[in-house]
Ligand binder design. Structure first.
Ligand code: ADP
Ligand code: MG
Length: 339
């Protein structure tokens, strides 16, 4: 078992300015494993930027082009667990033999070895053994070697023997190409304006970009709608969750109207009815709390009232908070809608 996933290849790895060096170094290693000066090859970059894809592509390329080469891909987590089990089962020798026999060792996310001294000792011996025999070693990490804390210096210095290349967040052109490739592989077609909209809106990493496309397709089939910019907007709005949204005066009025079962027109009206005055005062109070708008502008949004009305409302609510215990409670409930 090589632990490789054949879905990852160079063919479906999109090249761009963000990953060119890493990709071409990876391809060089795949064509001449152990024979280039890129040994070890160390690829680093943030989450979802293609590290696993690229090391697996190297591994797959090698098993497809060199019949006799033994390739092994392993996550550092799995490596650690296997090591621990071999200690428990008294099979450490089998464990190291297994790793020392391979021609290509790809070990993913080595930052995970941080602080695991015994695992690092064993990895160090395996590394030395393989390197001396001219076997290819490929590693990935979520940060550059110099920032890897909790890893032994003797390991870190070996990581620098070969080539270190980074994967960066995809630039706009690369994002476009990745989206196009993804939708093509799903056998669907989407208008270019939608592709462009997604590429503009999602710029963190490739995994997130793929997630958006999958959600978009799910939305389209659930709602039996065509994939257009409108649907993309809705989908993105639902995905962007934990980012705290800016609270606007419109949101506040909507929440208050909903909570008190009145209309937004009521809030803006001249009505002096108790059922309207109290919610209106709370709305102005929260508008002052949540927005940077000047009082004059807040008054304007409530049927063109002036700033002294806003001051009066805020004072009234402050008095109510002191006098009536349920007012603070109501405010807390309302605030929970803005989180
Ligand atoms: P990492 O290991 O850096 O966290 P992955 O390799 O798991 O990231 O990539 C996340 C997803 O994005 C995978 O589905 C991968 O196929 C895809 N991906 C990343 N980079 C590219 C790229 N350049 N071209 C095509 N797909 C990519
Ligand atoms: Mg990964």
């Amino acid at each position: 078992d090589t632990y490789l996933n054949s879905n990852y290849s160079f063919d479906n790895f999109i090249e761009g300015d963000c990953n060119r060096l890493a990709r071409s170094a990876g391809f060089a290693v795949a064509q001449r494993p152990g024979l280039t000066s890129f040994n070890p090859l160390m690829l680093y970059g943030g989450v979802g930027l293609g590290k696993t894809h690229l090391v697996q592509a190297i591994g797959n390329y090698i098993i497809n082009h060199f019949d006799s080469k033994q390739v092994l891909y392993v996550s550092s987590e799995k490596f650690t667990n296997q090591f621990i089990n071999s200690i428990k089962n008294n099979t450490l020798q089998d464990f190291t033999d297994f790793y020392m026999r391979v021609d290509v060792l790809a070990i993913d996310d080595v930052q995970f070895l941080s602080g695991k001294e015994k695992t690092q000792d064993t990895f160090f011996h395996i590394f030395n053994h393989l390197h001396q025999l001219g076997k290819q070693i490929i590693m990935t990490s979520d940060r550059p070697p110099r920032e890897l804390e909790g890893l032994q210096d003797r390991l870190l210095s070996r990581f620098k023997w070969g080539l270190t290349a980074d994967l960066q967040a995809p630039d706009f052109e690369t994002r476009i190409a990745i989206i196009q490739k993804k939708i093509q592989s799903e056998g669907i077609s989407i208008d270019y304006d939608v592709i462009e909209y997604i590429a503009h809106s999602v710029n963190s990493n490739v995994r997130e970009l793929e997630g958006v496309i999958v959600s978009l397709m799910a939305q389209a089939s659930l709602t039996r709608r065509e994939i257009d910019v409108e649907l993309a907007k809705n989908t993105l709005r639902n995905i962007v969750t934990n980012e705290s949204k800016e609270v606007t005066i419109d949101t506040i009025q909507e929440v208050i109207a909903d909570y008190f079962q009145i209309t937004i027109a009521d809030l803006k009206s001249k009505s002096r009815k108790k059922e309207v005055v109290y919610p209106r005062q709370l709305a102005m109070y929260l508008a002052k709390e949540y927005t940077d708008l000047p009082l004059k502008s807040i008054g304007y949004h409530f049927g063109g009232r002036d700033h002294s009305t806003v001051i009066h409302s805020v004072q009234s609510v402050n008095i109510l908070i002191d006098e009536a215990p349920d007012v603070e409670e109501t405010l807390q409930k309302l605030r929970s809608y803005f989180k």
